[in-house]
Design a protein around this ligand. Structure first.
Ligand code: HGY
Ligand code: MN
Ligand code: MN
Length: 411
């Protein structure tokens, strides 16, 4: 007789999200838990305690990734892994990443309460430094787990103030060792962080891939000069050159294709004095699109425009690509499993490509992977205004449970 799939407890999930949001809480309702900060450590400690209470065994690997393992009937078989990240943006929301981790915990709690056994072992994971705010670029834990970070890259990973990733891991007590398990498949539940599901009045989406992401660092060099005595025609103003580059890049990339995404999120103007023409300006560019050809064309345009506009301001410029995540296609079998379990639950969905990058991108290089999206209000994320309806989060969590139970069967 087919065992009824147990139902998750929506209220318990919501309360966990609310309790977790108290750690690193900001005055306007968001969260700040930068990777490996004291707030991140506190969130990790709470997560580990909740997982132990749910009957899981905790493991930490050499990148600080936390794994809560629920042993199955066939403990040596590759396990089913699911989760996301607890670190946030500086003015982050309550759900980006956090929902995927706590939906995984709710799944473990539901199985424990109902005494459900699985063939394969299960594990919920909190990946380290998904956001890449303190330690750039992001996806550190998941890429490290996937073997995509060299010893050299790991050793060089530091905050702008010079704190090293490994020393910070040690400081918060989360420097572990490689786990012994293998992964059969990975599933990540995450808020969409975009407007598509809400506009379609859908609770959940089936994610079949992620658009490509490239980060650049642009350093514009002019000359420090007196703000009062230096005629405008005699300046090499690195900030003005940067502003010209920014506007030219946005205009020309939008002309290339309207669905490009280009963002300048960090600008550093030196010497940063009110009455000195800035001799050096450094800024970041975050470029995204589902097509590699478009990304290549856009990258060439960025470099050409940087030179053109800097030269027009008598400045020099250096544009370096610091991160490259090629477009990702998830495993067709996993995508089909998510879609079929949604259909079996009479849950209307659409298939979609993620605009945001996720730890699932790294996992997809080492295990069959797919994602589940839930709607979020106005598609707002990386903002304290981020919000998601409990019903949508519950629908996504129940779908994750149905998918994981199916993937955990050894037939
Ligand atoms: O940048 C991203 O897309 C992710 O939300 N960190
Ligand atoms: Mn995220
Ligand atoms: Mn994010």
């Amino acid at each position: 007789m087919k065992q009824e799939t147990p139902r998750i407890d929506s209220q318990r999930l919501w309360e966990s999200l609310e309790d977790m949001a108290c750690i690193g809480a900001l005055p306007s309702g968001g969260c700040r838990r930068l990777s490996l900060s004291d707030e991140d450590q506190a969130a990790r400690d709470v997560f580990a305690e909740w997982c132990r209470e749910a009957g899981c065994e905790m493991h930490v690997d050499g990148f600080g990734n936390q794994f809560a393992v629920r042993t199955g009937r066939v403990p040596n078989a590759p396990l089913v892994l699911f989760g996301s990240h607890l670190d946030t943006q500086p003015n982050g929301g309550r759900y980006d990443g956090i929902y995927g981790v706590l939906a995984g915990l709710e799944l473990m709690r539901t199985l424990a309460v109902n005494g459900v056994e699985t063939d394969r072992s299960l594990a919920v994971v909190n990946w380290t430094n998904e956001e890449g705010v303190r330690f750039s670029p992001g996806l550190t834990g998941s890429k490290g787990f996937a073997g995509a970070i060299s010893e050299e890259e790991l050793g060089a990973l530091k905050t702008p103030e010079g704190a090293s990733f490994l020393s910070e891991l040690e400081r918060i007590g989360y420097l572990g060792r490689p786990p012994a398990f293998k992964v059969a498949s990975y599933f990540e539940a995450h808020i969409e962080q975009g407007p598509i599901l809400e506009a379609a009045e859908l609770s959940v989406g089936v994610v079949n891939g992620v658009q490509g992401v490239r980060w650049f660092e642009v350093v514009v060099t002019g000359a420090d000069r007196h703000a009062g005595t230096t005629p405008m025609s005699m300046r090499a103003d690195s900030y003005m050159a940067s502003a010209r580059i920014a506007l030219a890049v946005r205009e020309r990339l939008l002309a290339l294709t309207p669905d490009i995404r280009v963002t300048i999120g960090r600008v550093d103007v030196k010497p940063g004095s009110v009455n000195t023409v800035p001799g050096e300006t450094t800024f970041s560019i975050d470029l995204r699109h589902p097509s590699t050809e478009i990304l290549d064309e856009a990258e060439a345009l960025i470099k050409a425009l940087a030179t053109q506009e800097a030269t027009a301001e008598a400045c020099a410029v250096r544009t370096v690509r610091t991160f490259n995540l090629p477009p990702v296609r998830f495993n067709a079998g996993c995508v089909e499993l998510v879609a079929s379990m949604a259909q079996a639950a009479s849950l209307p969905t659409i298939e979609m490509v993620s605009g945001a990058m996720h730890d699932a991108c790294a996992l997809s290089t080492v295990a069959p992977t797919a994602m589940i999206f839930t709607a979020c209000r106005g598609g707002i994320s990386h903002s304290e205004d981020e919000f998601a309806e409990p019903e949508d989060l519950a629908a996504g969590c129940q779908l994750l449970l149905d998918v994981v139970l199916s993937a955990a069967r050894i037939v």
